[in-house]
Design a protein around this ligand. Structure first.
Ligand code: NAD
Ligand code: MG
Length: 401
């Protein structure tokens, strides 16, 4: 029996994780859960899984949850609030496995706390790695933690790697394993064929309607701008100890292949399946074993197309920005991620247009591109500064329009 902590339990990944866990109550016990504000959803999870501890980051939400549990006569769950409680939760002695599924840089400290306390860490929260890079990998090196990627592309790559690389995440080199390239696939999102002149009119609702994947709102917008692929490019660099030149982005609209590894001898290994996050979640939970995930087997006879293309930077300027950030260094990556979180939120609030997301990101990234990052305090400091700068640009855009 493994004790599980799910950070971001009420989100898309959190819900999929608990759906897999529900099928294997003989193997996994849910001991702790966290969420930000979704009280009703968390209440239902408490009734079902009876965790020992729950953190609602928002204090009012924690109070409301306590009240609801009292009304149900459910006294076994302790409810805490505040961001600092998240790290206590993920590093607690009673936890073996941590699903890091908070969205955005808010997940960094609790994810890092899990690594430092030697947990098996299932990493969905790509922003944590993007914002801290080498610091995160150094913490992993200095711990007995095991890091397993949940992002479908990175999980696919992981599955196509030799064992020595799987067991040395962030450290082993690809050349020693006979690998020539990592092929990072992406669907291209909902606007792959939309005429460019219509981009300024894209609404949040359209951007959140991904053709293949059902995800949280932030990552859905990131998928539409392909900033998601850009963040994944940076994530891949750190997870697999790559140079930017080792990674090739490949558009594959059907999302059947979830990414590939190309070897020196010409072999290309691909991981395929239906686009459902329960597959990578089940893979990582059970690794090196396999368990059922609830995902339907892939039907090759119903698979009509199998297309591949280059990504066009005119259509996806955010992808180019992220690749440039990856080449430029940590300051650029941390600033770009922070700016993007603010710009996406502003777009979702109808404060800026879809095309202005990349404009905010570019200005803020260039402003901080030369900042050196050596410690986690440097990361949080730059993250704060970049958010302030991004908010200022959003305000300027609003005032001008
Ligand atoms: P989501 O918006 O559906 O859920 C986010 C979760 O984080 C919720 O439980 C929410 O309560 C919590 N949260 C939000 N803000 C918080 C804060 N400031 N502090 C603490 N908790 C907070 O997001 P999601 O789609 O599940 O994505 C979660 C992470 O997984 C993201 O980093 C995303 O990039 C990554 N990911 C998601 C998918 C997917 O299919 N959804 C695929 C690959 C990677
Ligand atoms: Mg992904």
């Amino acid at each position: 029996m493994q004790n599980l902590c799910v950070l971001g339990a009420t989100g898309s990944i959190g819900i999929s994780t608990l759906d897999v866990v529900r099928r294997h109550s003989d193997k996994y016990k849910v001991v702790s859960l966290s969420a930000n504000t979704r009280v009703d959803e968390m209440h239902a999870l408490c009734v079902e899984f009876k965790p020992e501890t729950v953190v609602m980051v928002d204090e009012l939400s924690a109070q409301q949850l306590k009240l609801k549990l009292l009304q149900d006569d459910l006294h076994s769950t302790e409810v805490l609030s505040g961001h600092s409680e998240l790290s206590a939760l993920s590093s607690s002695d009673n936890v073996d496995v941590v699903m890091a599924a908070i969205v955005g840089a808010s997940g960094l400290l609790p994810t890092l706390a899990a690594v430092k306390s030697d947990k098996k860490v299932l990493l969905a929260n790509k922003e944590a790695l993007v914002t801290s890079g080498q610091i995160f990998i150094d913490a992993l090196k200095n711990s007995n933690a095991q890091l397993l990627p949940i992002d479908s592309e990175h999980n696919a790559i992981f599955q196509c790697l030799p064992t020595n690389m799987q067991n040395n995440m962030g450290m082993a080199g690809i050349a020693d394993s006979g690998i020539s390239k990592i092929l990072l696939t992406g669907s291209g999102g909902p606007f792959r064929t939309l005429p460019l002149e219509q981009f300024a009119d894209i609404t949040p609702q359209q951007a959140c309607a991904h053709p293949n994947w059902d995800m949280g709102r932030k990552i859905s917008v990131d998928s539409a701008t392909m900033m998601n692929k850009g963040l994944e490019f940076i994530e891949a660099k750190w997870l697999f100890n790559l140079e930017p030149e080792d990674i090739q982005v490949v558009l594959h609209p059907q999302s059947t292949i979830h990414s590939m590894v190309q070897y020196k001898d010409g072999s290309v290994l691909a991981q395929m399946g239906n686009p459902d996050m329960r597959t990578p979640i089940a893979h990582a939970l059970a690794f090196p074993q396999r368990i059922a995930s609830g995902v339907e087997p892939f039907d090759f006879f119903n698979c009509k197309n199998f297309e591949f293309a280059q990504a066009d930077f005119e259509r996806y300027p955010n992808l180019e920005l992220a690749i440039n950030a990856c080449k430029a260094g940590q300051g650029a990556c941390t600033a770009l991620n922070a700016a993007n979180e603010i710009a996406v939120e502003a777009f979702l609030n109808n404060d800026i247009s879809f095309v202005e997301i990349a404009k905010v990101n570019k200005v803020v990234m260039n402003q901080f591109i030369n900042i050196n990052i050596n410690t986690i305090d440097d990361v949080t400091d730059l993250d704060n500064k970049a958010r302030i700068a991004a908010k200022r640009h959003v305000l300027n855009i609003k005032e001008d329009s």
